[in-house]
Design a protein around this ligand. Structure first.
Ligand SMILES: *Cc1c(COP(=O)(O)O)cnc(C)c1O
Length: 373
């Protein structure tokens, strides 16, 4: 049997929506992007959402919009995808890595507090696997020290914890619509915020720092535009937006399907020797299904699953062990022991709404055989 690691859940309506866009005037940022932004902002519970080309771009522009730059420190967990940290370098700042909680892999608020210096300007919590970081504690810490919070919600559109949803307690929240994310357009991202100045600045910086967007320049009469400041080229296209806009209506139904798949995995792994399931607090957005195994066996489990035709991934090895970051920041592997150990134990299994029962059972049986073989 062959079980893919990931399969998207696009339907005919999404494809037709793209077809309509291809037959229309605008391919780049235009009416469909605006429609998606309005619908997504409403879904996310924010006043504004600005469509971009990736979550990495979203983090970059959120940092700039919040005035973070040269010499500033930004606190980032060591257990994440490294793009949570690299945008801090883009703006001339330094990411300061901190360790995570052993039960969940989420940023540890106590470690955040210890890492704060007079140069600290912001915290980037990551809602890992779809489970929200402890936003109430983080917001209390941020307020006490006058820090901004930029949430990395690449894994997390649909979650809730302690009565808050992603974005409720952050100053800006960054989403990814990368190919394997819960809302997917191949590539894509967004910043959402309640702060109008942040939204306006992200909109300006996503398109060259130009005073008028293409839609404004080519709809109606020509008007001169100006370059107001140095910007980037991160604007979402109408093709991407057309692919995303109808998926928003299915997010709840797709979450239900992933939840059912996750519950079957949970039931199988709960008592299985040698397999641990990361803790969940509140409602998980259910982005990845990750298990933790013996670090001595992890790579053999990865190899064995692939030999058996099962797609796997590692989300993630701790980012302070990655060559460039390690050298750049002068880090040692033992500095963040919890993240290090999770990174040595972790592996992600096939997980998506359309994963069929017999394929899932095959994954479970294969894991059992390899871990206990
Ligand atoms: C995918 C991902 C990103 C980057 O998203 P892109 O849209 O690919 O730039 C950032 N952080 C985390 C946690 C991610 O999983």
């Amino acid at each position: 049997m062959k079980v893919d690691f990931y399969r998207h859940s696009l339907d005919e309506k999404d494809i037709e929506s793209v077809n309509e866009t291809l037959r229309s005037l605008f391919l780049t940022t235009g009416p469909r992007t605006a429609a998606f932004e309005a619908k997504f902002a409403a879904y996310a519970g924010r006043k504004w959402a600005v469509g971009l080309t990736s979550c990495t771009a979203a983090l970059h522009l959120a940092l700039l919009a919040l005035g973070i730059g040269e010499g500033d420190e930004v606190i980032v967990p060591a257990m994440t995808f490294y793009a949570s940290a690299t945008p801090v370098f883009y703006v001339g700042g330094t990411p300061v890595l901190v360790d995570v909680c052993p039960e969940t892999g989420l940023i540890d608020p106590a470690a955040v507090e210890r890492a704060i210096t007079p140069k600290t300007r912001a915290i980037i919590p990551v809602h890992l696997y779809g489970v929200m970081a402890d936003m109430r504690q983080l917001r209390t810490i941020a307020d006490r020290h006058g820090l901004a919070i930029i949430e990395d919600a690449a894994h997390c559109v649909e979650a809730e914890r302690d009565g808050v949803r992603p974005g409720d307690l952050g100053h800006a929240i960054c989403y990814s619509f990368y190919a394997t994310k819960n809302l997917a357009s191949g590539e894509g991202g967004a910043v959402a915020t309640d702060d109008e100045r942040v939204a306006d600045r992200v909109r300006l910086l996503r398109q060259h720092g130009m005073s008028k967007s293409a839609a404004e320049r080519y709809t109606g009469l020509y008007r001169h535009w100006d370059m107001l400041e140095l910007g980037w080229k991160y604007n979402m296209s109408d093709i991407q937006a057309a692919l995303l806009v109808n998926q928003l209506d299915r997010l709840g139904a797709l979450w239900q399907k992933r939840q059912a798949v996750a519950e079957r995995y949970d039931a199988a792994f709960a008592g299985m020797p040698g397999v641990e399931i990361p803790g969940i607090v509140g409602k998980s957005a259910r982005h990845l299904y990750t298990i933790w195994v013996d670090p001595e066996k992890r790579d053999a489990v990865l190899a064995g699953l692939q030999e058996a035709g099962v797609g796997v991934a590692v989300n993630y090895r701790a980012i302070h062990t990655l060559t460039w970051l390690k050298e750049k920041l002068g880090l040692r592997d033992d500095m963040f022991p919890v993240a290090l150990r999770i990174g040595q134990r972790t592996l992600s299994l096939p997980f998506y709404p359309g994963l069929e029962r017999d394929a899932q059972q095959y994954v479970i049986d294969t894991v059992r055989k390899i871990v206990n073989g």
